[in-house]
Design a protein around this ligand. Structure first.
Ligand code: F6P
Length: 340
């Protein structure tokens, strides 16, 4: 047997651990030939392949990023003048010419959608969900998320000391695309006083009133954790927008930190290494069972899989009634929707 592995979409810590999990299980348990595909789906278009063996896998467990490279190539996205995308057709041709018996696609929402469409055209596909955003439908957790939360939490811890020294309001903008998972988890872990989520509509007045209240009860500083995907005005970035609201209404000294790509870089957390390894080895189990067109997933800490068709085109956002939001409210965290 011969399988291909590709990594697509935004990179994150843990991708190499997943590649290692797939390749080592395939080679050691089933003596399967494993071929890495460069830069996501574009590598399948240009037939840019990297043979993977024990030697090339050595030492990648702890490495950030992806040894295969990635891209946001969307082969089914038609150009204006195209009747239908030629790229997808070419990918299918190259998959067959290369005599792949299966293709493992490691990626987020966009990757799972492309994977599902290719599976419908008869390719033997298994998806592995990765992203720092934790917003892939059908699984409790994507690897990359725990590492990003750790990075954001450490940053928030550092902001507490400088906010305290200067008696300032410190705003930290974290990633997450349209979801608030990173903001919620790092906000709770880092003791954010206000956490703003795309999924929970906030009121500027409540934010200002709560900051006034904190000043009144002699709280010398405040930490506000803002998801990049919150609704803003005039196309402003999330953190800058909240700073403007504060400065215009209550004029407290405020500073903004945009954590950005630091959340995507560096070595994966132990939890992400373990989850990525569990996902990678389970993907090989599915291949060996001939169980294709599925994405591996974790439900209540059990590794399982679901049909790619169930994932296609969906995003897993936070439910406003998510238990951790309720718990955070019970310790006085303000989500901007009502006074604590
Ligand atoms: O999907 C991961 C992510 O980091 C999002 O949190 C962020 O909004 C986006 O990717 C940034 O995209 P790019 O890497 O293309 O700038």
């Amino acid at each position: 047997m011969k399988i291909g592995i590709l990594t697509a979409g935004g990179d994150c810590p843990g991708i190499n651990a997943a590649i290692r999990g797939v390749a080592k299980a395939a080679i050691l348990e089933h003596n399967i030939e494993v071929v890495g595909i460069s830069d996501g789906f574009s590598g399948l278009l240009t037939k840019d392949f990297i043979p993977l063996d024990e030697h090339s896998l050595s030492g990648i467990l702890t490495m950030g990023g992806t040894i295969l490279g990635t891209s946001r190539e969307k082969p089914y996205k038609k150009k204006k003048d195209e009747k239908e995308s030629q790229k997808a057709e070419q990918i299918i041709k190259n998959y067959k010419a290369e005599k792949f018996d299966a293709l493992v696609c490691i990626g987020g929402n966009g990757t799972m959608k492309t994977a599902s469409l290719l599976a419908k055209e008869g390719l033997n596909i298994v998806g592995i969900p990765k992203t720092i955003d934790n917003d892939v439908w059908g699984t409790d957790l994507t690897f990359g998320f725990d590492s990003a939360v750790g990075i954001a939490t450490e940053a928030i811890d550092r902001l507490h000391t400088t906010a305290n020294s200067h008696k300032r309001i410190m705003i930290i903008e974290v990633m997450g695309h349209k979801a608030g998972w990173i903001s919620l988890y790092s906000g709770v872990a880092g003791g954010g006083d206000i956490i703003l989520l795309p999924e929970l509509k906030f009121s500027e007045e409540i934010i200002c009133n709560y900051l006034d209240h904190r000043a009144l009860i002699q709280k010398k500083y405040s930490i506000i954790v803002v998801a990049e995907g919150i609704e803003t005005k005039d196309n402003m970035k999330a953190g800058e927008y909240i700073a403007k609201v504060i400065q215009e209404n209550i004029d407290y000294e405020t500073r903004v930190t945009v954590l950005g790509y630091l959340q995507r870089g560096g070595t994966p957390s132990p939890a992400d290494r373990i989850l990525a390894t569990r996902y990678g080895t389970h993907a090989v189990d599915l291949i060996f069972e001939g169980n294709f067109g599925r994405m591996v997933a974790i439900h209540n800490n059990d590794i399982t899989s679901i049909p790619l068709t169930e994932v296609e085109g969906k995003t897993r956002l936070l439910d406003p009634l998510f238990p951790l939001i309720k718990k955070a409210r019970s310790i006085g965290t303000c989500f901007g929707d009502k006074m604590p």
